[in-house]
Design a protein around this ligand. Structure first.
Ligand SMILES: Cc1cc2nc3c(=O)[nH]c(=O)nc-3n(C[C@H](O)[C@H](O)[C@H](O)COP(=O)(O)OP(=O)(O)OC[C@H]3O[C@@H](n4cnc5c(N)ncnc54)[C@H](O)[C@@H]3O)c2cc1C
Ligand SMILES: NC(=O)c1ccc[n+]([C@@H]2O[C@H](COP(=O)([O-])OP(=O)(O)OC[C@H]3O[C@@H](n4cnc5c(N)ncnc54)[C@H](O)[C@@H]3O)[C@@H](O)[C@H]2O)c1
Length: 476
């Protein structure tokens, strides 16, 4: 049997970065991946492929709104979704080679096969040709991710009814698409397909799409969906799908019906645990196939760690990478940080894009914490107008006593990039005065921070609070 300090299972963002972190700390590391290519859902079925399709949809929409005379943009009736994902092939291939070379460079040994526990310290790798290889591990990192959940009442046939993996294999752009589930995946695909000219209906059980966002953001997103022509069916469920000759008839809980050429089921995800034989390690997953961990990403069995989507919230590639690093730093005696930072941004690649960090208004109200709002409209931002996407706003929530930034919420072009500046100022203990005093490049999207800060400072002054130093900054 081969022996390792650390065996990592899964080569998505959590596994890749966990394995490299352990190797950098001098450990002998093996990584097991069942697929022929590394990168997991992030590189192969979720993040990158969906963003590649989005870039095409966005480019079409921006080209239409840039008013470049003489240039006409239309989507051909015969184009396939893989063709519309333009740069996906290149980006994915580069991700595969980046991941392989990063793992190689760190000295991580890679095994192809399905990994499972024989006992708490032995991992069996079942290789595609039928062979087996046992690996002894002092420490195990489980990073097997999740897959789309298939509610039993909808049968996913990948001909009429798809999940969020198979939708990317559509042979052509449909006339209409009904999306069951208004979570992040459902909302992203709704706006992407609508921008490609598809008639989209979204069906969700909640009264507000993405209700965990600052309400102003999710309401603005709903308004932008209305502008894109997306029909919203909320506080309801799809009870029945009936496949006809050309379309699918969708019956909702209120007995209303709608017809769509294709259906996308985006009703959440479930952990990849079945193959792991967790019981042999003394572990048990939740009914969603997830593992409970402590703040160091240790499971109930102390030498077995789990990170990424497999541990549930927030279920993002961005956090998964850091969770893998934090877990292996803790397991291997590293002196880097031992916990994930509290300030986690979220980037939602709808059209328009949405991003948030820190507290929402609703969360501040629930905590009884006083705040002021500063807003800047991106309709008035020169860069947003230049790129043909003059929509949305930047909203900063600040402490009226000292101007400290409590939350940043943005909807509009490149919101996920824009939010990072607010995140950095928050993490470094800065306040509204930084935005008010600093010089921003012009034209940029981020200069919106200055106008949001001026707005918040005005409100602080109007309230007559203890604003002396902030007032001085605003007066400049
Ligand atoms: C449509 C969509 C869009 C998304 N967009 C974004 C986004 O824009 N930004 C963002 O931050 N996140 C996004 N996400 C989420 C992101 O993809 C995941 O959070 C991330 O991939 C999780 O990483 P992971 O390492 O935990 O697992 P995964 O990426 O799922 O990797 C798990 C790996 O483990 C392997 N594996 C599983 N079981 C075994 C086994 N028994 N033996 C060996 N190997 C095994 C799998 O083959 C896979 O390669 C998106 C997800 C979806 C579905
Ligand atoms: N930009 C990003 O970071 C990004 C993009 C896409 C996906 N993701 C990640 O992928 C994962 C999966 O996303 P998701 O959207 O599939 O799951 P989700 O759990 O976020 O959302 C599922 C939604 O479907 C609704 N729903 C479930 N069953 C339903 C039914 N029968 N009828 C009507 N509504 C129903 C739920 O109320 C919920 O709103 C999440 O972890 C998400 O964070 C991230």
């Amino acid at each position: 049997m081969l022996s390792y300090d650390v065996v990592v299972i899964g080569s998505g963002p959590a596994g890749e970065n966990g394995a490299i972190q352990a190797a950098l700390l001098g450990k002998k590391v093996a990584l097991v991946e069942k697929e022929a290519v590394p990168g997991g859902a992030s590189a192969n079925t979720g993040t990158i492929p969906s963003k590649a399709l989005r870039e095409t949809a966005l480019a079409i929409q921006q080209a239409r709104s840039r008013d470049a005379h003489g240039i006409e943009v239309r989507v051909s009736g015969t184009v396939t979704v893989p063709e519309l994902m333009g740069r996906r092939g290149l980006v994915t291939a580069r991700e595969h080679s980046r991941i392989r070379s990063a793992l190689n460079h760190a000295g991580v040994e890679m095994f192809r096969g399905i990994a499972s526990f024989v006992d708490p310290h032995t991992i069996r790798v079942s290789v595609p040709d039928g062979g087996q290889q046992d690996l002894h591990a002092e420490v195990v990192l489980l990073a097997t991710g999740t897959r789309p959940f298939h509610p039993p009442q909808y049968s996913i046939d990948n001909a009429r009814v798809y999940d969020s993996d198979s939708i990317l294999m559509l042979d052509r752009i449909p006339r209409s698409l009904a999306i069951l589930g208004g979570g992040v995946a459902g909302c992203e695909y709704a706006s992407i397909f609508a921008a490609l000219g598809v008639k989209v209906a979204i069906i969700d059980s909640k009264d507000r799409l993405l209700p965990w966002l600052d309400a102003e953001l999710s309401l603005a997103m709903q308004d932008s969906f209305d502008v894109l022509g997306i029909t919203r069916h909320q506080v309801t469920r799809a009870l029945k799908l009936e496949r006809g000759e050309r379309d699918v008839l969708v019956t909702l809980a209120d007995e209303s019906r709608l017809v769509a050429e294709k259906v996308l089921v985006a009703a959440g995800r479930i952990g990849n645990v079945e193959a792991l034989n967790l019981a042999n390690a003394g572990l048990k997953a939740t009914d969603k196939g997830l593992l409970d961990v402590n703040s160091h990403y240790q499971t109930a069995v102390p030498h077995v760690y789990a990170a990424g989507d497999l541990v549930g919230f927030p279920g993002l590639a961005s956090s998964s990478m850091e969770q893998g690093r934090v877990a292996m730093n803790h397991a291997c005696g590293g002196n880097r940080k031992q916990k994930l930072p509290e300030l986690l941004p979220v980037g939602i690649y709808t059209i328009p894009e949405i991003s948030s960090v820190g507290e929402s208004e609703e969360a501040l109200k629930a905590k009884g914490r006083d705040y002021v709002i500063g807003r800047a409209s991106l309709v008035e931002n020169a860069r947003a107008n230049l790129v043909g996407e003059a929509v949305g706003f930047l909203k900063v929530l600040a402490d009226p006593a000292n101007g400290a930034i409590l939350g940043v919420h943005c909807i509009g072009p490149h919101a996920s990039d824009t939010v990072h500046l607010g995140q950095a100022v928050m993490a470094l203990g800065g306040d509204l005065r930084y935005f008010a005093e600093t010089v921003f490049n012009y034209p940029t999207l981020q200069e919106a921070y200055k106008y949001a800060a001026f707005d918040a400072l005005d409100r602080i002054r109007d309230r007559g609070g203890n604003v002396t130093p902030i007032d001085r900054a605003a007066a400049k």
